[in-house]
Design a protein around this ligand. Structure first.
Ligand code: NAD
Length: 321
């Protein structure tokens, strides 16, 4: 798809981060956008930002509350979109919504594990199932599924359990790669791409914590303080002399630095993704860190989960996760 003007795009998780920047850039190119999120407030802000520039006449930006891990909510989003965008077809589907967390079978609850998995994997699967009939009706279509570098490297370092997110992101990658053939055989006017970002500066750390804990507060609960303390210990950090307030501050600072000190901004990431779609690339790595990790894992897969591998990679790209 060489041009987005006049097309209709669906974006899941359009409230913040890369979803928000995708919406802004698509709108700037004259593309209609229908987004969903669990946060009405965040989507309202995305819409406001999209409307800062004068919109082409008749361009539609619509917002819809839907949890992507619940198929019925995605179906409701689809029905609302058909009405609000006055259409029976869409051209672009960005399955972008995702959260972290639930990394351990031992220290996380089963609910936490499955929440992450069901959003990161279920959201992509249900998204494709729900919107495929609308893509089929368009003259050309493109499905863009967001995986992660954790779709080919199941770790964020040797001191942190990361099973749920990694399992989901590997699933997204495998599904999208297999979908290429399924589409070629059965719906050749639809293409698909898997997006694998490295570290992108977004609020995913704090958003994920809020969704996992069901709290809007930026402060950790007592239970979360305990879990964070254990996690720091797992990273060989001595927490004995730290007060609970120190732990709160470390967690806040980590969420801030994840957003503000990333090598790639959300806006730069969205541009890379949209350029990848226009260039018809099925495999979209986002950021130099993602490219370097891809090379290193291919070079020495057997070493990919050792401390030496992580440290040498981290030193090269400057990751401070
Ligand atoms: N930020 C990174 O470093 C990074 C790296 C690799 C992959 N990713 C992936 O990129 C995608 C976008 O992440 P981001 O960094 O922009 O995060 P973000 O938290 O800024 O944005 C994600 C959005 O999805 C929404 N969301 C969460 N759960 C939802 C649900 N169940 N239903 C609907 N909406 C939901 C959130 O409210 C939020 O607005 C995610 O799939 C994430 O896993 C991010």
């Amino acid at each position: 798809m060489k041009d987005f003007a006049g097309k209709i795009a669906v974006i899941t998780g359009g409230g913040t981060g890369m979803g928000r920047e995708l919406a802004r850039q698509l709108v700037a190119e004259g593309c209609n956008v229908a987004m969903c999120d669990v946060s009405a407030e965040a989507m309202a802000e995305t819409k406001r930002l999209c409307e800062v520039e004068r919109l082409p006449q008749g361009l539609r930006i619509t917002t819809h509350i839907a949890d992507v891990s619940i198929e019925d909510q995605l179906k409701r989003f689809r029905d609302e979109l058909i009405e609000a965008q006055a259409t029976d077809r869409i051209h672009l589907l960005f399955n972008n919504a995702g959260i972290g967390g639930g990394g351990s079978l031992f220290t996380n609850t089963r609910d936490q594990w499955e929440r992450t998995f069901n959003i990161c994997w279920g959201g992509v699967y249900y998204g494709v199932r729900t919107f495929l009939p609308l893509l089929l009706k368009a003259d050309e279509g493109h499905i863009i599924n967001t995986s992660s570098v954790n779709g080919f490297w199941a770790s964020v370092g040797p001191g942190i359990s990361h099973t749920s997110y990694s399992a989901a992101k590997f699933a997204v990658k495998g599904f999208t790669e297999a979908l290429m053939t399924d589409l070629r055989l059965n719906a050749p006017h639809i293409k698909c791409s898997v997006v694998m970002p490295g570290h992108i500066g977004t609020s995913i750390v704090s958003n994920s914590r809020k969704i996992q804990s069901g709290s809007e507060s930026d402060r950790l609960s007592d239970v979360e303080v305990g879990v964070t303390r254990e996690r720091l210990k797992g990273m060989n950090i001595d927490t004995a002399a730290m007060s609970d307030e120190d732990i709160q501050n470390i967690a806040l600072d980590r969420a801030r630095s994840f957003r503000d000190e990333a090598p790639t901004t959300a806006a730069a990431a969205a541009k890379i993704i949209l350029d990848g779609v226009k260039a018809d690339r099925w495999r979209i790595l986002v950021g130099d860190d993602a490219h370097k990790l891809d090379e290193r894992v291919r070079q020495s897969p057997e070493k990919a989960y050792t401390s030496e591998f992580y440290q040498s990679y981290r030193d090269e790209v400057g990751w401070r996760l």
